[in-house]
Design a protein around this ligand. Structure first.
Ligand code: AKG
Ligand code: FE2
Length: 380
């Protein structure tokens, strides 16, 4: 069967259309708080995503380190997302990584198509756009490039961009730094949870099995940003997600019942607690709902690195040390693949209900195809 052809959002955006095709128009209930991102970003009032200064984590003074861990713990409990500053990754490396992604996306679409993924046949790495799932037909205003970046022996460098010529070198350098930072954060969070310092790192597979997957999100200019979403509301399935962007605002976090825009904090990396960590921590840490807005003026690019446990090798469930009689396990055991599958299944069901399609026979059919599909989906 020929691969399903995805329409690139970039080609739509540059075609001169004044209104967006109906597949990109979000349903009424999603259209709240989609005000102008640039004005929102300037506002001083309202809740602000916490900032963790990692220099304090390295202090010689145990009291300073302890205070920093307390802040990290609070941020992970209350928000499930935070900015990391003084994270130790050289600015020069980050700037080169961004430049490489921008250069790739500035190539003509025909050039990028040479790297197109084929989601239907399970080839999920490469250049892509969301395919309409047949439930709601709903699409997102973004194209992306997705590939595994760590461990290095699991990478398929043949599908990485060849332009710019330093793409592999700078991405490798960034991911090595990020892998070190992942260990640092996992050690601190383990201590915050009151378990052995290397508990989380070992639980999720350590250096050999914990995967870092890079997704460069490319959000073209949108003629009707008040009707579209770059990325629809979701929580990340990962353990942690690290996020950089080109300083164009767009990320919104659902905090205390309201959408809050993430400020552009220079030299910071934003980190999300994902579902995997929410499960391991028995719900102490939250995987926050978030989405990506688009705008009329500037292309937005973000670099998300998802730290994920292997798909089938590890059973995810609350760490036994955190389960007590008064705090029973809040999540039944599952593999990472099963977790993704259950999530897609729930979403499909919601879509079916929304579209008032007869539920029973369709649901069973979808469940079957989704079981096959769960291993082949590009995370958000
Ligand atoms: O672009 C962003 O800021 C968010 C992207 C995101 O949530 C994702 O890729 O999972
Ligand atoms: Fe996300």
């Amino acid at each position: 069967m020929a691969p399903a052809l995805a329409l690139r959002v970039e080609s739509l955006a540059t075609s001169g259309i004044q209104s967006i095709p109906k597949e990109y128009v979000r349903p009424e209930e999603e259209l709240s708080n989609m005000a102008n991102v640039f004005e929102e970003e300037k506002k001083k009032e309202g809740p602000q995503v916490p900032t963790i200064d990692l220099k304090e984590m390295e202090s010689e003074d145990e009291e300073v380190r302890e205070k920093c861990r307390e802040k990290l713990n609070k941020a992970a409990e209350e928000w499930g997302v935070m900015y990391l500053v003084n994270h130790g990754i050289p600015n020069e490396v980050i700037n080169r990584l961004k430049k490489a992604g921008e250069t790739f996306f500035s190539l003509p679409i025909e050039e990028k198509e040479k790297y197109a993924n084929d989601q239907g046949s399970g080839k999920i790495q490469g250049y892509g756009s969301k395919l309409a799932n047949n439930v709601s037909g709903q699409l997102e205003w973004e194209d992306y490039f997705f590939h595994l970046a760590f461990p290095e022996d699991k990478r398929d460098l043949s599908i990485w961009p060849k332009t710019p010529s330093d793409y592999i070198e700078v991405t490798t350098e960034y991911t090595r730094h990020l892998r070190g930072l992942t260990t640092k954060i996992l050690r601190a969070l383990s201590l915050c949870l009151g378990v052995e310092e290397d508990r989380l790192e070992k639980k999720v597979g350590g250096m050999e099995d914990l995967l870092l997957q890079l997704k460069i999100n490319y959000y073209p200019i949108c003629p009707q940003p008040e009707l579209a979403l770059g990325v629809e509301a979701h929580t990340d399935v990962s353990l942690l997600t690290f996020l950089l962007h080109n300083m164009v605002p767009g990320l919104q976090l659902f905090y205390e019942g309201k959408w809050v825009i993430a400020k552009c904090v220079p030299n910071s990396i934003l980190v999300h607690i994902g579902d995997t960590l929410e499960i391991l921590s028995n719900g102490k840490y939250k995987s926050i709902l978030h989405r990506g807005l688009v705008n009329k003026e500037k292309v937005r690019i973000s670099w998300a690195v998802f730290c994920e446990p292997p798909k089938d090798k590890i059973i995810l469930k609350p760490l036994p040390e955190l389960v007590t009689e008064t705090e029973p396990a809040k999540f039944p055991p599952r593999t990472f693949a099963q977790h993704i599958q259950q999530k897609i299944f729930r979403k499909t069901k919601e879509g079916l209900i929304r579209n008032t399609i007869q539920e029973e026979p369709q649901t069973i059919e979808h469940k079957q195809t989704l079981q096959e599909d769960s291993a082949k989906c590009v995370p958000q």
